[in-house]
Structure formats: structure tokens, C-alpha cells
Design a protein around this ligand. Sequence first.
Ligand code: PLP
Length: 457
Amino acid sequence: VVDTKLIQALDSAHFLHPFTDFKDLNDRGARVITKAEGVYVWDSEGKRMLDAMSGLWCVNVGYGRKELADAAYQQMMALPYYNSFFQTTNVPAVQLAAKLASLAPKVGDRSFKHVFYSSSGSESNDSNVRMVRRYWDLLGQPERKVIISRNNAYHGSTMAGASLGGMSGMHAQGDLPIPNITHIEQPYYFENGKPGETAEEFGVRAAGWLEEKILAVGVDKVAAFIAEPVQGAGGVIIPPSTYWPEIQRIVDKYGILLISDEVICAFGRLGHWFGYEKFGYKPDLVTFAKGITSGYIPLGGVMVGNRVAEVLIEKGGEFNHGYTYSGHPVACAVALANIEIMEREHLVEGVRGELGAYFAKRYAELNAHPLVGAAETCGFVGGLVLVKNKQTKERFKEEDAVGMVCRAHCFNNGLIMRAVGDRMIIAPPLVMTHADIDALMDLIHMALDKTLVELKA
Ligand code: PLP
């Protein structure tokens, strides 16, 4: 039995939580999560909650998978750790690299044979910055340093990750972005579409902001463009179908590298092993983390496309970069077991197929709710914007904190849904059944109804 009050007191006394107002949390007391099974988590008071965020976009195979614990245990007993610096390697890291290469679809010179490992998405994006700059250095174009990203993107919390990210609140703390990182506007049709403009027209216009930025910076200074296939932490911003093909045309035209940050979107989240497959573009580098182990143990990395890998290998000599835990054997063993579960249970096909279609259909019903401006899904991510006036699309003011009001009703009703400003977002485990989806939709409707009542009071 957990003594909730004691744990909360110790939490307040000693644990500085990420992305948290410390004082506010101390006043409220943290919710102590003690166990989880399937798609549900429980707190120390015995309250059960449907985890529609898969932890933090990561528990793709759901909770309570003994096979993953067994894989970690067996690997720890055989070889708990060894580095990959001393011209040494380990079996799970090699097997996983080969497995990832086999899962990534081959598209000409953009196929993937190589992996660089880290322990998180943030570290991986730092590696990306160093890798793309090294690539251009080796090609004799060291002035190509600028990486273009997007406003409201999330690429991690390290200095480079937070700089690549487009969150103004993060830039304001710590004197960011670091030099040679610049941003364009995100493809958010609901907010940025012009009256009378179709989503498809908007997608082309939004991609055009990249071309404008490349020309403004100077083509010979641009190293790469980085983006999430679907912007996740920014509020599940799903691009129109025309966006990515136009981005591909532009990066090809100017020869710049394309980094697809798939920390959320890979490993089945969009109904494919990798998010870029969903939209049909051809990245040079793919950032991964989270879902590769379903969050059971930290692991991240970069899939390095042949175009980049060949230059690093053939011309590079030593790449002065790496982490103690690059290719950690236990993390890689868990990842292999996790991928095995996903293959055996056809979880990726489920999201791409009938189950995903059912989720999309049920989620679209939210569009009828008086508080919902637009509700959209892509694979197993969903977002909706809460509006004051459905007809005029009038938004709530920041001080209304409408997302937080709705989130509180979700929690109180046993649903974990995330609020990003006035957007409510979900990324449920890929093991959701039809009945789980029905339960999820009932809970969302209930939370929206209660939010509406509270706002009218
Ligand atoms: N990139 C994206 C797209 C993410 O969503 C995240 C985390 O949410 C990161 C990078 C950072 O990953 P991590 O928290 O593992 O450092």
C-alpha cells in the first residue's frame, strides 16, 4: 500500500518535475501513479484511468507486457552493459540496427542501412545537428550550417533540441535558439487558412514558406529542414495532403537534407513503421525514440539514410560524437522484443486498417459537439480545438484556460487526455480494442459536456 500523502510530501521536497510549475504542483500534490495494465493506469488512491496518451506518446503495445520485462532481465544477466566506443559491439544493438534497416522502405538513394543510437529524442536531434553539419563540411560546403524548423514544433529539451523546436516559451528560457537555427510557420489550416482557401491550397502555400525561407537565408547556407510528419506536442497539427509532396519538391530543388523527427510518429502511430511512409516523402535522417521500446526503457536514435551515411563513412574518418549508452544492449533487447510483439499482433496493420478507420470514424463524431471547432485524426493520434463559437470559429482567450478546464474533467472522469492551449490531444495505445475506443469516446463526450456546463456557469 502506498502512503499517498507521504509520497506527495517527498515529491514536493525533492523532485523537480519537467515542464511543471513547481509551486502549483506542491500546492496540489502530484497524482501518484502506481500501476498499469493494458490501456489503463491506476493512481495510489485506486482510481483507474484510460490512458489515451500512451504515457507520453510511447506505450504503443500497452502496459503489463511480461515479454519486455523478460527480455530486459535476460539481457541484464547476460550482458547488462558494454560500450560501443572501443571498436566493440553487442548482439542486440546489431540485430536491432539490421531490423530497423529491414523495416524502413527503400526509396532510391534515400534508403536506410545505418543507425546511430542515443537514449532519447532530444539527444538524437542533437546528433542530427552535428551530423548534417559534418555532412556538408565533408562535402566542402562548411558554410551550409542553417537548419530550418517550424514554429510550435517540439524536438526536445537539450540546447539544440529546444532550439530546433519552435516553442516560444522554451526559447525565452535559456537564450535560445542557438545560432543558425531558424523557423517557418506551421501548416495549421484551422488557424492559418484564408477564407475560401481549401486545405489543399493551404498545404501548398504553407510549404512555400520553406522556399521563401531558403531564399531569404541563402541557398548556400542551408543545411537541412527538420519537421515532424504530424506535429505532436504542438497540438497534433495534421498537415493537408498537399503539404509534404510540396516540401519534398522544395528540398529536392535546393538539395538540402530532410530530417523527419518521428519520435512520436514512428512504430505504428500513423499506421506505418515510419511516419514518412504515411505521407510518401523521402527523408535523409529519421529521428526515433519513445515507441521503439514502447517506453519500457529509454532508447533513441537516428536512422541515417545512405546519402548521408556514405559520406560519413567514405570521407569522414572519426565522428567525434557519441553517448555512453549508444547501443545499450538492454534497451536494444527490449526494442527487439517490442517490435516482435508489434509484428506478431499486426498492430501497425491494425492502425492502418479497419481498427484505425473505426477510431477515425468515432473521433470525427466529435465535430458535432458545440465546443469543438474541428476534430481530426491521423492513424492513432487525434486532436481537436475547443472554440467559443462554432459558427464564427471564435477562439477562447488564453486566460480562459479552456484546455486545462477540459483536462480536469477528463481526469476526474477517468480519462487521460492532454491539453495544449485550447487543443485537446490523444495518442492511444495501438492495442486499443473497438470496445476501448467506444469507452474512450464516451469519456471524451462526457468531459466536453462538463466543460461546456462549467464555461456557461
Ligand atoms: N522529438 C519529438 C517529435 C518529440 O515529440 C519529443 C518528445 O516528446 C522529442 C523529440 C524529445 O524526445 P525525448 O523527450 O525522448 O528527449
